[in-house]
Ligand binder design. Structure first.
Ligand code: ADP
Length: 630
């Protein structure tokens, strides 16, 4: 190669060469004879230097290209990673439950997540089209708050939290809490806002506040009711103290009226009872501002035409008139119009209504729950007081009647006993005389037989009278009970029975008995009756075995008398304690049927009890309780 034209061809080839091989082949084409330097003429030297420079430049470019390619290859994974991160960031950004947006001062948004757009009612497309401007969506009164927050966030380089409102695209105002962070995009500062919708919270708080208020009101109402109730009760406690012995219903009603009037100042209280075709005014309290009204009410109100009184009596429920209608007591005339509010209550004892209590007020106010409670409590307590009065009156009457008849009976038994004995004695002695004088001379043996019957009858009658007298004496002869050595008294009773016990071959065992408080004679008779019966009603097949045991139980001593006799069927366990009640024929077992009646009377006079338990065939136990001696 020697000419400049071939140099430019070489330059063009080298410019396109992309590898060392291509440089070599371009060189070979330009210098087919090779590059023998020593013998080259001067012109050719220049060409060679130029060619070398071109080759150097081409090689340097190829090298640079290779390096750049390699560098690019190394960066590729980094790019991919960055793209993945971006994707993940976008996903997170959009899925965040709070609205997030980055915006400029002029209101344009750089970024906004789905929650933010949703909060304001926009789609992503609208956002991308630039339709969302946060400044335009902020009501003017919050513009300054926003500016101030942005200033502080950028100036201080930290997050600022504040509350504001924005307008939804529909116009609805959205209260929100904003946390604003400064962020630099190159030289420009943007604000990144985290926006939380405060509406649900506020609604809940409002609901809560309303609920609290409602509850507070309810509590207040209950409290007033309670106070009213306890006030009324207190008054009634006074009333019952005053009137514990009061039995006149009208006095009780009058006191209830006084309480009602004192609890409702400025009111009058009337009480009516039905009398024929009228409501008769039985009692009243309070100051009547129109005396003629009271005079009119005193004449009575027609039943069936006085709703204010008729209604509670019929329905048995209170009747309240917040605005009293004079037509409901029409017959009272125009003077009734001074009453502006009224409340009427049925007053009953038991199921029966006996009257109606009416409270009238001179001022017009609706009845409050507390006032209703108060009055209803007054009426309720009045009813209790009336019932109690009725019952205690009835009880007293009955007790008196019982006591009287008891005393009469005892007196009768006692007198009858005494008075019967006298004629009986003479019958007995004349019968004896007859037997003695004429018995042997009688031709007719029946006469002797009849006389014997007379004797038996009179003897029996004497026994009965004696028992009756004994029975009457249990209460007639009263001595104050004293401490008794129960063992000693029982031993004496056993001694009294000695002859019959021996005759029956009875074994009587008395275990240690605690001391009691009793009348000694009566205690002795009691033990005698029980042990005597235990031996008398013995079983034909075995000798009687009687055990007496005792035990203290609290303030009582229980004594049990057990035998192995005939037993007593359950249906007779009560009946045997009735006077003259016997389970056995007299020819089989002698007796009058009074012994157990006396025994029970003695025990009951001491405050104790007497009862029997038995299997009904082979043994019986009589149980009794008497006050233990201290
Ligand atoms: P009386 O012994 O005079 O008949 P009571 O009043 O003592 O009268 O007894 C009433 C009845 O109770 C007796 O007739 C007898 O039938 C029955 N009875 C009393 N004690 C016993 C007893 N321990 N075992 C079986 N029956 C008895």
């Amino acid at each position: 190669m020697s000419s400049p034209s071939s140099l430019s061809t070489l330059a063009a080839a080298l410019a396109e060469a992309a590898s060392g091989e291509q440089v070599q082949s371009a060189l070979n084409a330009a210098f087919p004879d090779g590059l023998s330097v020593p013998d080259a003429p001067a012109g050719q030297w220049e060409s060679r230097e130029v060619a070398a420079a071109l080759v150097g430049a081409a090689l340097a470019r190829i090298e640079a290209q290779r390096e750049s390619r390699e560098a690019h290859l190394q960066l590729e994974p980094l790019h991919e990673e960055t793209a993945r991160l971006q994707e993940r960031f976008d996903a997170l950004f959009n899925a965040a439950p709070v609205g997030i947006a980055a915006g400029r001062r002029d209101g344009t948004l750089v970024r906004a997540n789905d929650a933010y757009l949703h909060l304001l009612g926009f789609t992503r497309e609208e956002f991308q089209a630039g339709a969302v401007n946060w400044v335009d969506l902020t009501p003017p009164e919050f513009a300054e708050v926003d500016r101030d927050a942005l200033r502080r966030a950028i100036g201080e380089g930290r997050a600022v939290r504040y509350e504001k409102e924005m307008r939804h695209r529909s116009g609805e105002r959205i209260a929100q809490e904003v946390t604003l962070l400064p962020q630099w995009e190159g030289a420009e500062a943007v604000g990144v806002a985290y926006v939380r919708d405060l509406r649900p919270e506020r609604a809940a708080a409002l609901g809560h506040a309303l609920e609290l208020r409602a509850r507070g009101e309810e509590l207040e109402r209950l409290n007033a009711e309670l106070t009213a109730r306890s006030e009324a009760l207190e008054r009634f406690a006074e009333l019952s103290r005053d009137l514990a012995l009061e039995r006149d219903p009208l006095v009780l009603v009058g006191r209830a009226q006084e309480i009602a009037v004192s609890l409702m100042p400025g009111s009058v209280c009337t009480y009516y009872e039905p009398q024929g075709r009228l409501w008769s005014l039985r009692s009243h309290r309070g100051e009547f501002r129109r005396p003629e009204l009271l005079a009119r009410l005193r004449l009575g109100l027609p039943r069936g035409e006085s709703l204010n009184v008729d209604r509670p009596f019929e329905t048995l429920a209170p009747y309240y008139q917040d605005a009293f209608d004079p037509a409901t007591v029409q017959s009272a005339g125009s003077s009734i119009s001074v009453i502006r509010t009224s409340a009427s209550f049925p007053v009953r004892t038991g199921a029966q209504p006996r009257g109606v209590l009416v409270v009238g007020r001179h001022d017009q106010r609706a009845w409050t729950t507390a006032e209703k409670t108060l009055l209803e409590t007054v009426v309720f307590n009045l009813q209790l007081a009336l019932e109690r009065a009725e019952q205690s009156g009835e009880l007293q009457r009955r007790t008196l009647a019982l006591e009287r008849s008891n005393a009469e009976l005892e007196r009768f038994a006692f007198v009858a006993g005494h008075d019967l004995q006298e004629p009986l004695r003479s019958v007995t002695s004349f019968a004896q005389l007859l037997v003695k004088r004429f018995g042997a001379h009688q031709d007719d043996p029946r006469a002797a037989q009849y006389l014997k019957h007379i004797q038996g009858g009179t003897q029996r009658m004497q026994e009965l009278i004696q028992e009756l007298l004994n029975y009457a004496r249990v209460t007639a002869e009263t001595r104050p009970p004293t401490r008794q050595n129960t063992n000693a008294v029982t031993a004496a009773a056993v001694q009294d029975l000695r002859a019959s016990l021996d005759a029956a071959g009875a074994v009587v065992t008395v275990f240690d008995l605690p001391p009691v408080v009793a009348d000694s004679t009566q205690l002795r008779q009691l033990m005698q009756n029980l042990i005597g019966n235990a031996v008398k009603y013995r079983h034909a097949d075995r000798a009687p075995v009687v055990t007496v045991t005792g035990e203290q139980r609290g303030p009582w001593v229980q004594i049990d008398v057990h035998d192995n006799g005939l037993g007593i069927a359950p249906e007779y366990h009560e009946r045997i304690f009735t006077v003259f009640q016997r389970l056995h024929a007299r020819d089989q077992y002698g007796g009058t049927g009074v012994g157990l009646t006396i025994a029970r009377r003695i025990v009951e006079r001491h405050g104790g009890q007497l009862w029997v338990s038995s299997d009904g065939v082979s043994d019986s136990t009589f149980h009794l309780t008497l006050p233990a001696a201290p």
